[in-house]
Design a binder for this molecule. Structure first.
Ligand code: G
Ligand code: G
Ligand code: MN
Ligand code: NA
Length: 251
């Protein structure tokens, strides 16, 4: 309960921050970033990672306000990127949780943020995980269709870790998959992981899906992925999640 109150206050008093982790293509050029939420608690004088408060936010319903803040902040950032040629074409991906998507006015909220900020919807990507469609896949389909009409795109996050990622790929209009870092970690030493990753890359090519490999930490992993046709990368090798000022220095 104490943590819940603290989180509620954090939202009101502006203790939440977006960190940004860069994404690059096969030529090593920046193509965008994933926004990752951080709670900078003044009372505890520490940076609290999302795994420690997002589950609580989901249970208490605070995730709705929190998610709206993330969408607003992301749109504001996208608009700011438009002012510089170096950043104008970058995409920004945000994580959307199942309970956020279940809000009946989710689409309306996102549209409102895009309109108010003046951000280009084509630069906004929403990352969904399988848990988001378990309950009402048709409703999610409808929401995705509505946002896609504006130009917003969708990424299937943590691909391969759920039970039925493949059936959702078939049923829902995704633009991109993100290979989970669990498969990337041992890709150069474990033949099973290597085979799985190669198969995911071949499949995404056949389906015309963009791809991002997550958790790329070494050049050997990057080289394996490149050799197997991977065109998108994210991981500590290219940059850790960081405040926007840090990223602005390199691109
Ligand atoms: O680096 P990291 O610890 O940032 O992220 C941990 C987890 O928290 C990831 O699974 C990520 O999807 C989730 N996460 C990070 N930011 C957000 C956010 O803004 N909204 C939601 N719903 N989840 C987030
Ligand atoms: O949304 P998602 O569950 O994919 O969140 C990505 C998570 O992976 C975040 O917690 C982020 O900090 C973390 N992450 C990003 N790059 C790396 C990496 O190269 N190695 C490891 N171990 N974790 C990473
Ligand atoms: Mn993600
Ligand atoms: Na992921």
């Amino acid at each position: 309960l104490a943590l819940e109150q603290a989180l509620r206050r954090a939202l009101q008093e502006g203790e939440l921050r977006l960190y940004f982790q860069p994404q690059i293509n096969q030529y090593g050029h920046y193509i965008g970033a994933e926004a990752l939420l951080r709670w900078h608690s003044r009372a505890m004088d520490t940076l609290i990672p999302p795994m420690q408060f997002i589950p609580l936010a989901e249970e208490t319903g605070l995730i709705v306000g929190l998610g709206q803040w993330v969408v607003r902040e992301a749109c504001r950032q996208l608009k700011a990127w438009e002012a510089r040629t170096e950043t104008r074409k970058l995409q920004l991906a945000i994580n959307v949780s199942a309970s956020q998507l279940r809000q009946p006015d989710f689409v309306h909220e996102v549209k409102g943020c895009l309109l108010n900020s003046g951000a280009n919807p084509k630069r906004l990507k929403l990352e969904l995980t399988e848990s988001a469609f378990l309950v009402n896949t048709d409703q999610v389909d409808e929401q995705m269709q509505q946002l896609r009409k504006l130009g917003v795109s969708f990424s299937l996050d943590d691909f391969g870790t759920g039970f039925s990622s493949l059936s959702y790929l078939k049923r829902l209009p995704f633009d991109q998959l993100k290979i989970d870092q669990a498969f990337v970690r041992d890709v150069t030493t474990d033949p099973n992981d290597a085979a799985i990753v190669a198969a995911i890359l071949a499949m995404s090519r056949s389906l015309g899906l963009e791809i991002i490999a997550e958790g790329v930490e070494t050049e050997a992993q990057r080289d394996f992925l490149l050799k197997n046709g991977c065109h998108g990368f994210q991981g500590y090798l290219f940059g850790r999640p960081a405040p926007i000022e840090d990223l602005a220095r390199v691109w």
